[in-house]
Write a protein that binds this ligand. Structure first.
Ligand SMILES: [Zn+2]
Length: 342
């Protein structure tokens, strides 16, 4: 099969469009003919290499897959060859206490398609049967592929971790990112007031179209000052973080007493300082969040099929141009998802 393969970590140029063996499936797995694979920031980290994460080489990246079932293992009963599917990115053991309690994103064996195992930047990918999600027939393959990772991540952050309530104020950083554009829609759907940040007027206009009630240009405005103004000095109940060092101080300063900060990433750096007096005196909660559960993704996909959540695609590249797609994603110019079509 044709695939995007890298044999060493580095710049986008390490990605090669080449031949690779078609995966062979186990009895509990399905082989999926990939039609579209959406990119995530995770793809950039995986390509560059992460300290302490021995990604097997050569490697096929890509976590967000939409396609058709090509072949099923002997034990597979819930999908048939020819059926359209979206794949849940998270692959877990399915047997441990975390998995059987539904917290499969806490499984010690957790990985994503395209992370410690080969992913969907290829003509075929294999995945466990339980990763097959119902296909939302109202969406193209490119649109469907742009949903899973960012929507399940934003859902888990806002609902399962921060327990967002109707009427609360939420600050969503980086509205132009995939996870930010998903978070705006989820927070609005559950009745929150959304303040979103982005780096240009064009992106702020798109954030408003998605439902943001207030927008902040973080290039020209100070986030914490604008939050203070918008909330009449009160601050927000929830901060949706994934930016890291560049926004951390403003994020903490933007919280109202009793506020919750939830983070799933640190695209600008891992180092953050915290004045512990603020933590206890303002009774803040700081929460980490990682991906989401398959059950949460089922909830997301139902709402997607009902037209309540919309995919946000910025640009589509052919699979062979994955390196150019990585370069584009790294530039930060996008609003929403960058997708490869296969
Ligand atoms: Zn497990």
């Amino acid at each position: 099969m044709k695939a995007i393969v890298f044999e060493k970590h580095g710049a986008p140029e390490v990605l090669h469009y080449t031949d690779a063996p078609t995966p062979t499936i186990r009895p509990s797995e399905v082989l999926v003919r990939v039609k579209a694979c959406a990119l995530n920031h995770l793809d950039l980290w995986v390509r560059r290499g992460l300290p302490g994460v021995p990604i097997p080489l050569p490697h096929i990246p890509g976590s967000d897959v939409a396609g058709e079932v090509a072949e099923i293992g002997a034990d597979v009963t819930t999908v048939r060859p020819g059926q359209k599917v979206v794949l849940a990115p998270g692959v877990t053991c399915g047997k441990c206490p975390a998995c059987i309690s539904g917290h499969d994103n806490r499984c010690r064996a957790f990985t994503n398609l395209g992370y410690m195992i080969d992913g969907g930047c290829a003509e075929f990918v294999k995945a466990p049967e339980v990763n097959c999600m119902p296909y939302p027939e109202n969406l193209s393959f490119e649109e469907a592929a742009s949903i899973p990772l960012v929507f399940q991540t934003a859902w888990h952050m806002l609902l399962s971790r921060a327990e967002l309530q109707p009427g609360e104020d939420v600050l969503i950083l980086g509205a132009g990112s995939g996870v930010g554009s998903a978070a705006i829609q989820i927070a609005k759907f559950f009745g929150a007031r959304v303040i979103a940040t982005a780096s240009s007027q064009e992106k702020l206009d798109k954030a408003t179209e998605l439902g943001a009630d207030h927008v902040i240009n973080h290039k020209t405005q100070k986030i914490k000052d604008e939050v203070r103004r918008i909330t009449a000095k009160r601050g927000v109940d929830v901060v949706f973080e994934h930016v890291g060092t560049a926004t951390w101080d403003d994020s903490i300063a933007s919280l109202t007493p009793g506020g919750r900060l939830v983070t799933c990433g640190a695209t600008t750096g891992y180092d953050a300082k915290l004045d512990l007096r603020l933590l206890f005196a303002k009774q803040l909660s700081l929460m980490g969040s990682y991906m989401g559960t398959k059950s949460e993704l089922h909830s997301v996909m139902r709402l997607v099929a009902a037209g309540r959540f919309k995919p946000v695609i910025d640009k589509i590249f052919p699979l062979a141009e994955a390196a150019a797609a990585h370069t584009y994603l790294e530039s930060g110019a996008q609003f929403g998802k960058v997708v490869l079509t296969v």
